[in-house]
Design a protein around this ligand. Structure first.
Ligand code: RP5
Length: 168
């Protein structure tokens, strides 16, 4: 668990402990931006009651975004979105059988009325979900806006400082 002392603004949830290899990239980015967050395993299929409880209490507990990662029959993000209006950011975890295409399609194809913002399959999706959550928070949290701007500036400088791919 990476809960901080401050009340979490973002929930990072996943269907199984086996999703952590991917979802740690969301947590690491949030940490780097100084965003208080919590990390939980909540399964749509194995712990449906816990999922409903988590989603039902999310807004009241102060969560402003929920990053939800799952693989295979990835119902977690959509089911959370069905029980809360807190923005849900879905991360398709790369599955063993179908490389995450199953996860992607089952997260992205929501019916009109219950949106889930869907990100790329795997590590990049988890990282970008965290950065997107930061963008959402930046509107009301100037310290997050500053951290995000600084990250973007560093990223740009790193590319510019090493733009010859033949040089390590
Ligand atoms: C999904 O099933 C999880 O999100 C995970 O990606 C996948 C496999 O889970 P395990 O069998 O590894 O627990 O619910």
């Amino acid at each position: 668990m990476t809960d901080t002392a401050r009340a979490p603004l973002v929930g990072v949830v996943m269907g199984s402990r086996s999703d952590w290899d991917t979802m740690q990239h969301a947590s690491t980015r949030l940490e780097a931006l100084g965003i208080a967050h919590e990390v939980r395993v909540v399964s749509a299929h194995r712990t449906p009651d816990a999922l409903f409880e988590y989603a039902g209490e999310a807004a009241g507990r102060g969560l402003r975004a929920i990053i939800a990662g799952a693989g295979g029959a990835a119902h977690l993000p959509g089911m959370i979105a069905s029980k809360t209006t807190v923005p849900v950011l879905g991360v398709p975890v790369k599955s063993r059988a179908l490389n995450g295409l199953d996860s992607l399609l089952s997260i992205v194809q929501m019916p009109a009325g219950v949106p889930v913002a869907t990100f790329a399959i795997g590590d990049a999706g988890a990282a970008n979900a965290a950065l997107f959550a930061a963008s959402l928070l930046a509107v009301d949290h100037p310290e997050v806006a500053r951290a995000l701007d600084a990250f973007r500036a560093r990223q740009t400088a790193e590319v510019a400082a090493n733009d010859d791919p033949r040089i390590e």
